[in-house]
Design a protein around this ligand. Structure first.
Ligand SMILES: Nc1ncnc2c1ncn2[C@@H]1O[C@H](COP(=O)(O)OP(=O)(O)O)[C@@H](O)[C@H]1O
Ligand SMILES: Nc1ccn([C@@H]2O[C@H](COP(=O)(O)OP(=O)(O)O)[C@@H](O)[C@H]2O)c(=O)n1
Length: 206
């Protein structure tokens, strides 16, 4: 069977890691929707207007995922993501992806609430602020970014605040989402917990 799986959660909660692993395990396609907003954000840092950036997005804009993971791009992504016209320009691509044959896993902030309100399974992945900051700090250091834990902590808090407070598609769990707190979980345990949650909602998955 082919499901559409929607995964949302705050920054660095582990939703992308879980989404990627589920997609691989189930043989589904995976879309990290944050990369779309990051790509739009990067284009605005280069001087393009946000709506034009969103409307002209192409595959090459999301090809260099490592560059898109830079802290300044994350901040720019969160700013353009608060603009309703930018979000509207990105909806069609995401919904088409979700309806692919063979199953799809999408992760972001509004997948279960706005992009795929009829998803077969919705997960909301969280972790404490301190755990998320420590994970992102380690990740950024590993990629050669010169950032302190305090800077990362402040960056995540600001982005989460903006993402949760915006009027259009705010970061909020869908009413029917299964909450998974990964704070004390290894990656392996988080993926197994997500798989168990999917099987509980969709026993036919086997
Ligand atoms: N359960 C976990 N335990 C330890 N590290 C994790 C766990 N889940 C994710 N990570 C690491 O934390 C960082 C952020 O995870 P990621 O999946 O990119 O989060 P998100 O997609 O929510 O921003 C990555 O470096 C990832 O390898
Ligand atoms: N579906 C989505 C995905 C990302 N975003 C925005 O894009 C930013 C970057 O998303 P991301 O998922 O790549 O960020 P991390 O959780 O990996 O830090 C977020 O802070 C949100 O502002 C969004 O608004 N809606």
């Amino acid at each position: 069977m082919s499901l559409t799986i929607a995964i949302d959660g705050p920054a660095a909660s582990g939703k992308g890691t879980v989404a990627r692993a589920l997609a691989q395990r189930l043989g589904y396609a995976h879309l990290d929707t944050g990369l779309l907003y990051r790509a739009v954000g990067r284009k605005t840092l280069e001087g393009m207007a946000p709506l034009e950036a969103a409307q002209s997005l192409s595959a090459s804009d999301v090809a260099d995922a490592d560059a898109l993971r830079a802290p300044d791009v994350a901040r720019a992504a969160s700013r353009v993501a608060a603009m309703p016209e930018v979000r509207a320009a990105l909806i069609g691509f995401q919904r088409a992806f979700a309806q692919r044959m063979g199953g799809a896993v999408l992760d972001g902030r509004d997948i279960g609430t706005v992009i795929c309100p009829d998803a077969d399974v919705k997960l909301f992945v969280t972790a404490t602020d301190a755990v998320r900051a420590a994970r992102r700090h380690k990740e950024l250091l590993g990629k050669g970014h010169d950032v302190t834990l305090d800077e990362v902590t402040a960056d995540l808090a600001e982005r989460d605040r903006r993402d949760a407070a915006r009027a259009t598609a705010p970061l909020v769990p869908a009413k029917d989402a299964v909450l998974i707190d990964t704070s004390a979980m290894s990656i392996e345990t988080a993926v197994r917990t997500a798989l168990d949650a999917i099987r509980a909602v969709q026993p036919e998955l086997g």
